[in-house]
Design a protein around this ligand. Structure first.
Ligand SMILES: Nc1nc2c(ncn2[C@@H]2O[C@H](COP(=O)(O)OP(=O)(O)O)[C@@H](O)[C@H]2O)c(=O)[nH]1
Ligand SMILES: [Mg+2]
Length: 394
């Protein structure tokens, strides 16, 4: 989880440079909250691919809050921005009900966006949750597509139903749905083609596959996820609209969020389409898909450390923290030797008390040593208390 947060943060470097530097200039450059301030902010957000709808919502909300809270300084608005993006992108926990129920996940999207890869990653996540997963290779258009998915099935450790090249994709779906029922599979994930001989053909084929699932498996929870490539910016929106005409989209998998400067598209997609981003991909390996968490995403985007990542990343990377850990280990060792000194002093006192019962001055001196050492130990223990979490508003 924390490792994923580091990858997400690193992946969003370019987006952060693209959007956040500009936003900073507005928040810290403007002298007052006036029309110019709002206009400049609006321009930066739209240029950062956040989209017209989301930008308007953000600005309107900011205006309201500025009035309500009697804010005067432009810099005070930054937190409002962060909060309103988080709110806009919040995904309800019920959006993931399909993970727990008997469901069919239909994966669609144009060529090369990362469908097959995401099917593999998702199969691995669900298998990890103890679900029985089956995947269907309904991209029979390209010869290599079935082999590529078989490789992912192998990596994820799940079964696959496929068809030969050129086979009718709807018949693969038919077989897979019936195999899923017969084998009492929890989740069937269907990979599909991104391109057929022409677009109309593809859309008709998708409708047909949908009808087969509806007819053959009416009780299954249906989840239709469109895969969109985060690097394509606004194009992703038009793809989603087109596929939305033939399939009832229930969620989005946003891939390639590593290394894009257009990560702001995640905000636009959610607000323009009113379909939640449910997963994001930040790399090509099997671990690089994660549920979308608005707080985590916005914190990564705005470089705000959150609790889990702060703990893990400190241990992970920070050299100064490593030396702090070493130092506290040394301190602990010292404390131990201090404790020995105390014990020795106590033993000395006891022996001497027995030997010279009337020699109170020796006892007092030894007691002083004990008190001193106890103070020192307590002091060093106090210094070792963990530091409070830190919020980095840049
Ligand atoms: N960097 C990166 N590459 C990805 C991600 N998801 C998929 N890819 C790559 O995108 C390419 C196309 O993926 P593929 O799953 O075959 O796309 P499909 O045509 O939609 O099935 C492959 O080289 C993948 O490794 C991601 O989240 N990040
Ligand atoms: Mg594919």
């Amino acid at each position: 989880m924390a490792g994923f947060f580091s990858r997400l943060k690193e992946g969003l470097n370019k987006t952060r440079d693209n959007i956040v530097a500009g936003i900073d200039a507005v928040f810290y450059g403007a002298s007052e909250i006036d029309d110019d301030f709002y206009e400049e902010l609006e321009e930066i957000l739209i240029m950062g691919d956040i989209g017209v709808n989301a930008t308007n919502d953000i600005i309107e909300r900011m205006k309201d809050e500025v009035k309500k809270r009697h804010l005067r300084q432009p810099s005070e608005c930054k937190e409002l921005l962060v909060e309103s993006i988080k709110e806009q992108m919040h995904v309800e926990e019920t959006a993931y009900d399909f993970e727990k129920e008997q469901s069919v996940i239909f994966i669609i999207g144009v060529n090369g966006v990362g469908k097959t890869t995401s099917v593999g990653k998702l199969a691995s996540i669900l298998k990890g949750q103890g679900r029985k997963v089956l995947i269907a290779a309904a991209d029979t258009f390209r010869a290599a597509a079935g082999d590529q998915l078989a490789e992912w099935a192998h990596r994820a450790g799940v079964d696959m139903i496929g068809g030969t090249e050129g086979a009718d994709p709807a018949s693969v779906i038919y077989d897979a749905v019936n195999a899923a029922k017969a084998r009492k599979v929890d989740v069937l994930i269907c990979d599909t083609a991104g391109r057929l001989h022409n677009k109309k053909n593809l859309m008709e084929e998708l409708k047909k596959m949908n009808r087969i699932i509806d007819r053959e498996f009416p009780d299954a929870h249906r989840e239709n996820l469109i895969v969109l490539d985060g690097t394509t910016g606004q194009n992703a929106l038009s793809q989603a609209r087109e596929f939305g005409e033939v399939t009832n989209l229930t969620g989005i998998i946003l891939t390639k969020m590593d290394g894009t400067a257009k990560g702001g598209i995640a905000v636009a997609i959610q607000s323009e389409l009113n379909v939640p981003v449910k997963y994001i991909g930040v790399g090509e390996t099997i671990e690089d898909l994660q549920k979308f968490h608005a707080d985590e995403f916005v914190n990564a985007l705005f470089d705000i450390e959150n609790e889990e990542s702060a703990v893990a990343e400190k241990v992970d990377t920070s050299e100064s923290d490593m030396s702090a850990i070493e130092k506290s280990t040394e301190d602990a060792a010292e404390n131990e030797s201090d404790t020995n000194v105390i014990n020795e002093a106590v033993e000395d006192v006891t022996e001497e008390t027995i030997e010279k019962e009337d020699d109170t001055s020796v006892i007092n001196a030894a007691n002083d040593t004990v008190d001193e050492k106890t103070d020192e130990v307590e002091e060093s223990v106090r210094e070792e208390k963990p530091k409070k979490k830190k919020w980095l508003f840049w």
